[in-house]
Design a protein around this ligand. Structure first.
Ligand code: GDP
Length: 707
C-alpha cells in the first residue's frame, strides 16, 4: 500500500501552513524538459485532464507545485488552489484559465519567478503524488523575449533539481538524446543517475527500432531507467473532453495500440519499459522510497525546528500560554474593570462640579455682557446711560433700570438651553473618559476593537441625548419664571462667586502676561497709553483714518512716530495693544466687583440688585442641582448599565473564531506570541505523525530483512 506518500503529503501541508523554511521541504518529483518536448502532455496523461496553460509563447512562468490526492471513494474530480481560496473547481478548463492568469500576472520583463503556484487535484483516478512542473527549457529567446530568459529558466530549474527531489527528465524520441537539455541538466546534479527517471515522449514519431535503441541508452544509464510513452491526446477526445471528461483511457488506448503493434521492440519480453501506466507506477514507487529514506532526515529537521520554537517560546514568552479567545476575554475583562472603577469615581458630585464650572463661565459671560463691558471698539465715550462701575453701588434700590437688568441677565441664564448644554458637557466627558481608558488599555493596539468600543460609546450616548436634554430642559422650566432664594444659599453663592471672580482675575492676568511677553512690557505700555489717549480725545489723529478704530490707523503706526517697531508687524502690535487694554480694564473691573461682592452691601440678598454676581451664581447653582438630578438618572446610570453590555455584545462570546483571531492578530506582539505557539503545536503534530509513519514503515520493512 502506498500510504507513505499520502501521509507525507499531509505532513507537508501542515508544514506549509506554518510557512516553513526550505529545511523542511519533503521530496517531490520535479518535471523538467525542453519546450515542446511533451512535458505538459505527460503531466496531463498522469492527471487525466488537460489543465496546463498552452500557447505558442512561453506560458509557464512560475513553478507549479502539483499535489495529487487519491480519493478512492469519491466520484468527483476537482482542482483547488489552496492559497487563493477559490474553492473547488470541477471544470478543468477553469483550472487551466486560472493557471494561465497566474502565469501572465508575472510581468513580461521578469519572465520567470520562483514564487510557486500551489495546485491540488483530488480524484479517484490519480495516485498520491507530489510533482513540480517547471518552465520548459528554451534554446534561444524569442523575438519579444529578453535575451537572459534562457539562463533564468535554467537557473530556476537548477534550484529545484537538488536532492532529495526526484528528477523527471522529459526528452522527445525524435531528438537526439545527446541534445536533451533535461538530461544534460540532470546529469550535472545527479552524475550517477540515481534519482533521475528518463521519460521519452513521442515514441510514435520514430521507427520502433530506433525507439527501442533510445530506451536502452547506455551513454547516460539511469538506475530508475527510461520509460517510453505516447501521450498525444487523440484529436476526437480532445475536442469532446475539454474541461470535463477524463482523457486517460483515450490516451492509454491510443498508446496501447502503438506499443502492442510492435511486440518485438516493446512487448512484455522486451528489455525496455513503456506506457503511461508503467510511468505512473514507477513514479509512485520511487516517490514512496524517496519519502521513506528522507523520513529520518525530515524528522531531524522537524525536531530541530521544534527545539528552536520551544526555546523561543520559553525565552521570549516565558512559556506563557495564550489563545486568541483568552486574549480577547482578558482584554475585555480588563477594560470593563477599569471602566467600573471609573464609573465609581465619576458620579453625581463630579458631574455637579463639572456642570457648575461650565455655568460659572456662562455667568461670567453674561455679567460681562450686561454689566461690565466697556465698549472698547467704540472710541467715543461709553454709550451706557449708567456705568455699573460707578453707578451701581450708589443706585436707588427701587430703580427699575437695575431691576430689569438683573431680570434680563437671569433670563439669559435660564434660557441658555441648559438641557442641551448640560447633556453635551456630560456626554463629552463620558466620551473622553472612555477614550482615555482605551488609550491605556490593551485595546490601544487593536484598531478594530478600539473602533467597536468607541462606536458602542457613541451609539449609547446618541441614543440618550435628546431625551435627556429634553428632560433636563423641562425640569429647569420653573426657574424661568420664579426664583426663590434662602439665606444660606445666598451666603454660599457669595462665597463661590468670589472664588470664580478671583479665578477670572487670574486668567486675565495670565493673558495679559502673555501679551506682554509677545510685545514687550514697555512697548505694550506705550501702545496702551497711546490708544487710551486717543480714546480720551487727548490725541487728534491725522491721516486717512482708515482701520475702523475711530481714525486710529495702521498707517499711523507705520509712520512709527511714537514707537520703534522691530520684529512684529505694526498691525499685530496695534491689535495686541487693544487686547492689552481690554485685559487691563477687565482686570480693574473684576477687582472692583470682587470688592463689591465682599462688601457688607452684598452680605444679604436684600441688595440683590447691587450684587448681580451673587444672584446669578445662586441661580446657576439651582439650575445645576436640578439638571444633575436628571442627568444622573437619564444619562449616567443608563450609560453605566448599557455600556458594558454593549461591549459584551460587540466583543463577547458570539464573535466568530475568525473575528476573534483577526482581533488578536491586530496587535503585532500578540500575533508573534500566537504564531510561535501555533508553530510549536503544528511541529509537534508533524513530529507525532512522522513518528507514526516511521513505526509503520519499520514494521513493513521487517519481513523483507528476515531470512
Ligand atoms: P511541452 O511544451 O513540453 O509541454 O509540450 P506539449 O505537451 O505541449 O507537446 C508539444 C507538442 O507535441 C504538442 O503538439 C503535442 O500534441 C505533441 N505531442 C506530445 N506528446 C506526443 C506524442 O507522444 N506523440 C506525438 N506524435 N505528439 C506528441
Amino acid at each position: 500500500m502506498m500510504l507513505l506518500t499520502r501521509k507525507m503529503i499531509e505532513i507537508r501541508n501542515i508544514l506549509q501552513t506554518i510557512g516553513q523554511s526550505g529545511t523542511l521541504t519533503l521530496p517531490s518529483i520535479v518535471v523538467i524538459g525542453s519546450q515542446s518536448s511533451g512535458k505538459s502532455s505527460v503531466l496531463e496523461a498522469i492527471v487525466g485532464h488537460e489543465f496546463l496553460p498552452k500557447g505558442s509563447n512561453m506560458v509557464t512562468r512560475r513553478p507549479i507545485e502539483l499535489t495529487l490526492v487519491n480519493t478512492p471513494n469519491a466520484q468527483a474530480e476537482y482542482g483547488e488552489f489552496p492559497a487563493l481560496g477559490l474553492g473547488k473547481m470541477t471544470d478543468f478548463s477553469q483550472v487551466q484559465r486560472t493557471l494561465t492568469d497566474l502565469n501572465l500576472a508575472v510581468p513580461e520583463k521578469d519572465c520567470v519567478t520562483d514564487d510557486p503556484i500551489q495546485l491540488t487535484i483530488y480524484s479517484p483516478n490519480v495516485p498520491d503524488l507530489s510533482l513540480i512542473d517547471l518552465p520548459g527549457y528554451i534554446q534561444v529567446a524569442g523575438r519579444d523575449q529578453p535575451p537572459e530568459l534562457k539562463q533564468k529558466i535554467a537557473d530556476l530549474c537548477d534550484k529545484y533539481i537538488q536532492p532529495p527531489n526526484v528528477i523527471l527528465a522529459i526528452s522527445a524520441a525524435d531528438v537526439d538524446l545527446a541534445n536533451s537539455t533535461a538530461l544534460r541538466a540532470s546529469r550535472r546534479v545527479d552524475p550517477r543517475g540515481e534519482r533521475t527517471i528518463g521519460v521519452i515522449t513521442k515514441m510514435d514519431l520514430v521507427s520502433p527500432e530506433r525507439g527501442h535503441d533510445v530506451l536502452s541508452d547506455k551513454k547516460y544509464p539511469l538506475r530508475l531507467g527510461y520509460v517510453g510513452v505516447v501521450t498525444r491526446i487523440p484529436q476526437t477526445t480532445a475536442l469532446f473532453s475539454r474541461g470535463s471528461g477524463n482523457i486517460t483511457s483515450a490516451i492509454l488506448k491510443n498508446e496501447h495500440a502503438y506499443f502492442s503493434a510492435h511486440q518485438n521492440e516493446f512487448g512484455p519480453r522486451s528489455d525496455v519499459s513503456v506506457g503511461v501506466s508503467t510511468l505512473r507506477k514507477t513514479l509512485m514507487q520511487v516517490l514512496e522510497q524517496t519519502m521513506s529514506s528522507s523520513l529520518s532526515g525530515t524528522r531531524d529537521a522537524i525536531t530541530q525546528e521544534l527545539e528552536e520554537a520551544t526555546y523561543e517560546f520559553k525565552v521570549q514568552y516565558n512559556d506563557r500560554p495564550l489563545s486568541a479567545e483568552s486574549h480577547l476575554a482578558e482584554s475585555l475583562d480588563g477594560f470593563k474593570h477599569s471602566f467600573k472603577a471609573f464609573a465609581e469615581s465619576f458620579g453625581r458630585p463630579q458631574v455637579r462640579e463639572m456642570l457648575k464650572a461650565e455655568l460659572d463661565q456662562r455667568v461670567m459671560d453674561i455679567l460681562a455682557q450686561r454689566y461690565w463691558n466697556k465698549p472698547v471698539e467704540d472710541l467715543d465715550p461709553p454709550m451706557l446711560e449708567l456705568d455699573p462701575l460707578k453707578d451701581l453701588p450708589k443706585a436707588d434700590p427701587e430703580s427699575l433700570y437695575w431691576h430689569r437688568k438683573l431680570d434680563a441677565s437671569t433670563s439669559s441664564l435660564t434660557k441658555l438651553g441648559i438641557g442641551r448644554l448640560a447633556t453635551t458637557v456630560v456626554a463629552n466627558a463620558l466620551h473622553n473618559h472612555v477614550e482615555s481608558l482605551l488609550a491605556s488599555s490593551t485595546f490601544a493596539s487593536h484598531p478594530g476593537a478600539h473602533k467597536q468600543i468607541t462606536d458602542a460609546c457613541t451609539s449609547i450616548l446618541n441614543d440618550k441625548f435628546f431625551s435627556t436634554s429634553d428632560q433636563v430642559e423641562n425640569c429647569i422650566k420653573p426657574y424661568k419664571f420664579e426664583i426663590e432664594i434662602e439665606d444660606p444659599e445666598w451666603a454660599k453663592g457669595r462665597d463661590n462667586v468670589g472664588k470664580v471672580l478671583k479665578e477670572e482675575l487670574r486668567s486675565c492676568e495670565l493673558a495679559m502676561k502673555h501679551v506682554e511677553d509677545v510685545v514687550g512690557k514697555r512697548k505694550l505700555k506705550d501702545v496702551i497709553s497711546f490708544i487710551d489717549r486717543v480714546r480720551k480725545g487727548e490725541v487728534v489723529l491725522e491721516g486717512n483714518g482708515e482701520g475702523g478704530a475711530g481714525g486710529f490707523s495702521a498707517a499711523l503706526l507705520e509712520r512709527g512716530w511714537y514707537l520703534p517697531l522691530s520684529s512684529l508687524a505694526d498691525t499685530d502690535v496695534y491689535y495686541l495693544g487693544r487686547e492689552g487694554l481690554f485685559l487691563r480694564d477687565r482686570a480693574d473691573l473684576i477687582k472692583m466687583r470682587l470688592l463689591a461682592v465682599r462688601s457688607k452691601q452684598c452680605a444679604t440678598q436684600k441688595n440683590k440688585y447691587y450684587c448681580p454676581e451673587v444672584f446669578l451664581d445662586v441661580v446657576a447653582d439651582k439650575l445645576t442641582s436640578t439638571a444633575v438630578l436628571f442627568l444622573n438618572v437619564e444619562l449616567l446610570s443608563e450609560f453605566y448599565y448599557n455600556f458594558p453590555r454593549e461591549l459584551d455584545s460587540r466583543l463577547g462570546r458570539h464573535l466568530s473564531d475568525i473575528e476573534v483571531e483577526r482581533f488578536a492578530r491586530e496587535d503585532p506582539r500578540i500575533r508573534r506570541h500566537l504564531d510561535i505557539i501555533r508553530k510549536k503545536e503544528l511541529l509537534e503534530l508533524a513530529l507525532q505523525k512522522i513518528e507514526g509513519i516511521r513505526q509503520l514503515d519499520g514494521r513493513a520493512r521487517k519481513p523483507e530483512r528476515a531470512p
